[in-house]
Design a protein around this ligand. Structure first.
Ligand SMILES: Cc1ncc(C[n+]2csc(CCOP(=O)(O)OP(=O)(O)O)c2C)c(N)n1
Length: 373
């Protein structure tokens, strides 16, 4: 295991001082470290998706001739494929970048269903893309050698390279920078209030991570079935589009329980939803200004007005609330969709939060049956 401070020293020694990406819980401490303030020692650009992050690191290289490091969960490798093949590839612009990929779903290690396939294919995928890689060893001296070897290769051959990070290799780190703004509601409280107002005829498509886990537990606590819900696993940012697809075929009200990070990752979905103007789409964003499900690293949501963006995309109404009375008032207003409700919530979640106990296929089948009723 290596501490974040020591790991940074190794990157520093290789003159790797520009970082960008989307966090992963495999190295949640590392991405908290990068997001903290370190004076001018390093640059960390919080990206909205991994495709964008590869492009940002490419721009950094164009301007400086240096190599940027792009951190990501292996799910993001899929999103990065396009710029890796058409931008950075030695047969195109030949731009060196160093990918730092968290290995979720490592065969033999217990993990969630959405990580199984990528956990198996991430290395064959890198091989198919002809991206050289090293699995980060456990000992600091060997880590130093692996980083240097990959950096030298990237520099010499002007090619993307990757280092793979297994769970437990990089130590934890608690953010030192104080939160500037804190709100009164937690995401879980807001979910309970909204779900408590429903009459059981609605569909909810909830985003990947803790929002789905909280909704699932709410159903269990209320002894309600899970048939109304689609708990998105992985496919970050896709819940809104799944909901749009359902809404076009169903008369039911379709709610989206979204996260700020997830909306930012696929913000084009707002334009599609606005364009198709389905009256039965109700988009709710629990905005905790963080990637809460992977360790609470900051997102860029504080400078984004989701309501105005959605409105400009054609949503019929947009509201932003931050307290329980405001939320209750917003829920009582009769409005036709597509509508957006942004709820500013506190960071964090319960430490004893469970995970869905039904399998993805079981859960899908229950919802499909409900949709035909
Ligand atoms: C393409 C992709 N990149 C990264 C991840 C890892 N990941 C899972 S949940 C999550 C954070 C989601 O943040 P947000 O949507 O704001 O919801 P919150 O967890 O804060 O409720 C991340 C980064 C992922 N699943 N898929």
């Amino acid at each position: 295991m290596i501490t974040c401070e020591k790991l940074f020293e190794l990157f520093d020694e290789s003159n790797l001082l520009f970082f960008t990406g989307v966090p992963d819980s495999t190295f949640k401490g590392w991405t908290r470290f990068l997001a903290d303030e370190h004076g001018n020692k390093l640059t960390n650009v919080i990206a909205c998706n991994e495709c964008e992050a590869v492009a940002i690191a490419s721009g950094y290289h164009l301007a400086t001739g240096k190599i940027g490091v792009v951190y990501m969960q292996n799910s993001g490798e899929g999103k990065a494929v396009n710029p890796l093949t058409s931008l950075c590839d030695p047969e195109v612009f030949s731009i060196p970048v160093m990918l730092m990929i968290g290995w979720r779903g490592e065969p033999g290690v217990k993990d969630e269903p959405q990580h199984r396939k990528m956990g198996k294919v991430m290395m064959p995928l890198l091989e198919a893309l002809e991206v050289p890689y090293r699995i980060l060893p456990d000992e600091p001296e060997k880590i130093a050698a692996a980083i240097k070897e990959m950096k030298d290769k990237a520099e010499k051959e002007n090619t993307p390279v990757a280092i793979i990070v297994r769970k437990g290799v990089i130590g934890d780190y608690e953010a030192k920078v104080e939160e500037k703004e804190s709100y009164s509601l937690t995401r879980e409280e807001a979910i309970k209030i909204i779900a408590g107002k429903m009459d059981g005829s609605e569909v909810i498509v909830s985003t990947t991570g803790k929002a789905s886990r909280e909704l699932f537990e709410y159903r269990d606590m209320k002894k309600q079935a899970h048939k109304n819900d689609f708990y998105t696993l992985g496919s970050m940012g896709c819940s809104a589009s799944i909901a749009l697809g359902i809404s076009l075929q169903s008369k039911r009200k379709v709610f989206i329980f979204d996260g700020d990070g997830a909306v930012l990752m696929q913000m084009g979905a707002l334009a599609t939803i606005g364009h198709y103007g389905q009256e039965n789409v109700y988009h709710i964003i629990f905005d905790n200004s963080s990637y809460g499900s992977t360790g609470g690293q900051p997102t860029i949501s504080p400078t984004v007005d989701f309501g105005r963006i959605a409105f400009a995309c054609g949503y019929k109404s947009a509201q932003t609330v931050s307290t329980e009375p405001e939320l209750l008032k917003a829920l009582d207003m009769e409005s036709k969709g597509p509508s957006i409700l942004v709820i500013k919530v506190k960071k964090g979640s319960r430490s004893d939060l469970g995970r869905p106990t039904t399998s993805p296929v079981q859960s899908k089948e229950e919802l499909m049956k409900f949709l035909t009723e």
